[in-house]
Design a protein around this ligand. Sequence first.
Ligand code: FAD
Length: 330
Amino acid sequence: MSHGLLRAVQRYSHTLALLETSGSKVTPSSLSALTAAKEIKKPITALLLGPDAASAAPSVAELEGIEKVLVQSDERYEHYLPEQVAPLVVSLIKGENDKVKDVSSFVVAASAMGKGVIPRAAAVLDVQPISDVIKVIDPNTFVRPTYAGNAILTVKTADKIVMTSVRGSAFPATEEKSASAAPIEEIAPIDADCKTTWVSEQLMKSDKPDLSSAKIVVSGGRALKDKEHFDSLLNPLATKLGAAIGASRAAVDDGYCDNSLQVGQTGKIIAPDLYIAIGISGAIQHLAGMKDSKVIVAINKDEESPIFKIADVGLVGDLFTIVPELTEKL
Ligand SMILES: Cc1cc2nc3c(=O)[nH]c(=O)nc-3n(C[C@H](O)[C@H](O)[C@H](O)COP(=O)(O)OP(=O)(O)OC[C@H]3O[C@@H](n4cnc5c(N)ncnc54)[C@H](O)[C@@H]3O)c2cc1C
C-alpha cells in the first residue's frame, strides 16, 4: 500500500473505545485508556454499556477526542459479563451496526472487564490482541511489559483490527474538554448465546480510597505477623495520610487482609504518587505491581532487602517501633 493511501485509510478509520462506568462516572482506568486511544490519532467512538451508561454519556460526549458516544443501557450489560460484551464489540467492529463504520482500532482498560472481553472478541475476529500497553508509538506499534515487567517489548502488528488493552497506571486520565459535545446515540443490544449468569458480588466496604487510583498507598507485608498487627499499625497511618491500604501476596496468603488488596504481578498494578512498603522484601512479583510509583518509601529491618534497591527513601529498622512513631509524628 502506498504511504498516501495508508494515510488516507488511517484518516478515515476509527478507534472504538469501550469505557467502563461506575455510577454515572467513567472509571479512572478507562479515562487513562482514553488518553492512550487519543494517541492512536484516529477519531474515537466511545462505547458505554449497562444501566448507568445513559447518565455517564453527557460527560463523555464533552471529552476531547470523542467523535461519537454509543450507549446501550440494557441490564444484560450491567456487570460487563464478557460473554455478553464481546459479541456486541465484535458486531460493532465488523460494521454490522451502521452507527459506527471502519473501526480499525479497539481500546479498553486492562481492568478485569477489559481482560475478560478482549481475548474473546479478538479470537472471534482472528486477530492478536496486544495487552497491557504502556506506550503508544503509532497506530500499529505499542510498548508493553513482559516477564512480570522485567523486560519491555515493542510490538508492531500487521493485523487489520488492532486490539489493545491499556495499563491505567501508564497514562494520565483524560480530563480536557472539547469545544462542542459529541452526539450520543443509542444502539441495539445483541442476543448473545450467554451461558453465564451474574449471581452476586461481595464487595469489601472501606472508608479508604480505592487502591487502584489512590495517590498514596500504605502497603504491608508478612513481617506484620498477623491481621491484628496489620490493621492496628497500618490503619492509623493510612488514615493520617488519606491513603489506601495495599499488601504483599504473603500478607494476603497469611490472612492479614482481603486479596483485593494484593499489589503485584498477580494483584493490582498501581503507580501512586507515594508508596510506603512496610515489612515487604521487594520480591520481583511485588515490584511488578508498584515499581512505577513516583516516590517509594521502604521500612525494613534488613538493609540488604531488595526493596531498598528501588526505594527513594529507606528506613532500616523494626517496623513495630518505626510505624507508630511515624504515625504519631504525622
Ligand atoms: C507466580 C507468582 C506470582 C506472585 N505474585 C505476587 C504478587 O502479585 N504480589 C506479591 O506481593 N507477591 C507475589 N508473589 C510472591 C512473592 O514472590 C513473594 O513471596 C512475596 O511478595 C513476599 O511477601 P513479603 O515481602 O511480604 O514477605 P517476605 O518475603 O517474607 O518479606 C518480609 C520482609 O519483612 C522484613 N521484616 C521482617 N520483620 C521485620 C520487622 N520487624 N520490621 C521491619 N521489617 C521486617 C524482612 O526483612 C523481609 O524483607 C508471587 C509469587 C509467584 C511465584
